[in-house]
Design a binder for this molecule. Structure first.
Ligand code: PRP
Ligand code: URA
Length: 207
């Protein structure tokens, strides 16, 4: 069963439309990515557990709440790092793991070149981030690695997903919900998402 959630709030839709526009420059693309990430993270953390704490306001003592779970963010290098600082601004206590993968342009299979994850993944709420879910190979490989290292409570956050990637990911990792701003039409023969937004890494970093 697909655990696909399309977060199609009007603000998310309009920012994504500007990101898709080929005329949007790198600086604006990065800013929109950051704003979109904030809106999406706000939604996907809605059910995170809280614990009560006592706090002294300028007027009196009261009971407040803070997150009671540890959070681990895992961007898939490179493009996922474009979403990292925003999530860290919102959840400053989060730990960060990095998984380096690139897609072989011929086979479209992910090639791993870096992995460093924090310890104690077992109880953590893990957010795997990458703007693009195309064939699904990169997200599947990253999730394999996280699970191998003990991660269990994983959510995958992307911006644009292709039906092919959603199917492949959901088949391999049916327990992991996917959150995306858009479910696009299909992949082209080079494995790019249509209509998509082009190469996310190139548009973030200006390469
Ligand atoms: C892009 C994107 C994903 C991957 C998606 O990365 O950021 O990681 O492709 O494609 P898939 O679902 O078919 O695996 P890319 O390999 O271009 O590397 P980059 O982030 O370094 O640009
Ligand atoms: N990776 C990207 O950056 N864009 C796509 O459309 C597919 C994979």
């Amino acid at each position: 069963m697909e655990r696909l959630n399309v977060l199609d709030h009007p603000l998310i839709r309009s920012k994504l439309t500007r990101m898709r526009d080929a005329r949007t420059d790198n600086e604006t693309f990065r800013r929109l990515l950051s704003e979109l990430t904030a809106l999406m993270v706000y939604e996907i953390t809605r059910d995170y557990p809280l614990r009560k704490v006592e706090v002294e306001t300028p007027l009196e003592r009261t009971t407040g709440e803070i997150l009671s779970t540890s959070v681990v963010l895992v961007p898939i290098l490179r493009a996922g790092t474009g979403m990292l600082s925003t999530v860290l601004d919102l959840i400053p206590t989060a730990k960060v793991g990095h998984i380096g993968l690139y897609r072989d342009p011929k086979t479209l299979r992910p090639v791993e070149y870096y992995c460093k994850l924090p310890p104690d993944l077992k109880e953590a709420e893990i957010i795997l981030v990458d703007p693009m879910l195309a064939t699904g190979g990169s997200a599947i490989a990253a999730t394999d690695i996280i699970k191998r290292e003990g991660g269990r409570k994983i959510r995958f956050l992307c911006l644009v997903a292709a039906p092919e990637g959603v199917k492949a990911y959901s088949t391999t990792h049916p327990d992991v919900p996917i959150y995306t701003a858009a479910l696009d039409r299909r992949l082209n023969e080079d494995g790019y998402i249509l209509p998509g937004l082009g190469d996310a890494g190139d548009r973030i970093f200006g390469t």
